[in-house]
Design a protein around this ligand. Sequence first.
Ligand SMILES: [Zn+2]
Length: 279
Amino acid sequence: MKSQSLRILGVVAHPHDFTHFAGTCGVHTSLGDVVTVVSVTDGAGTHNVQLEEEVFNLVEDKNVSVADAGSQGYSSQKEGELKNAAALFGVSDVRILGYPDKPFIAGRHPGAVKDIADIIREVRPNVLISQSPYRTEHHSRVSSVPNDHVESAVATLEGVREAGSARYTSNALPHKIALTLFPGIYFNRDEWDFTIDIGDWVQQRIKAEEMYKSQGHTPEFARKRIAIGVGATGWASGTGYSESFVRSSFEVLSKISVSDASLLQASETEIEQLKRLSD
Ligand SMILES: [Zn+2]
């Protein structure tokens, strides 16, 4: 079968969560694949550095305009940040469902499942990149407290099931997704299935990180975060910078497949590898 262009759907909890697989999106849009990104919440309750500074101020120092302004301006700022960041990676179809965060609890918002199912039936993706339903935080700590990332995954995977099912009361054409992936950042390294080399997109990853001014990100922080985060994933992969993924289940392949990157790594000497990593 000849290779066809892919339709990829990323569904994240908060606007910033897109960045964890942004470089991979860039790799695919540059190959002619089409990417849609959906944020389940508007992120209004997450990483609001200005509000946090404000509520920690002593009463007499309070700038009440920050706390009284409400979340509207903050959530539209985040929407703009996500759209601008996505554009860096060739992604123009960005949708914010706008459910409340901190906490987003899937069971309280059945509309989110329907919204996601509708988008799946419309976009008809081959590949879904979803929040992980297995882990709660970026640092692999599992807790029983409901977490926006896990709850968004629950809504997303419910939406997947809904979109793939024929219903008596609906004429909507079902759609099934061929491959579901979770960003590896929610997993321990030994659980990753593969990483994607995003060396050509690292400058955009830094720029995207910088764009989230609402979260207090500065150019210095952006450079450091990408160097130690995406760089560590790259280092573990024998390359400069990469993004990791976990498959939702094993996949049937038509034959044993070895990537060009693995073949290259197997063919080079240690000196050659050090030279490549220094570039
Ligand atoms: Zn998040």
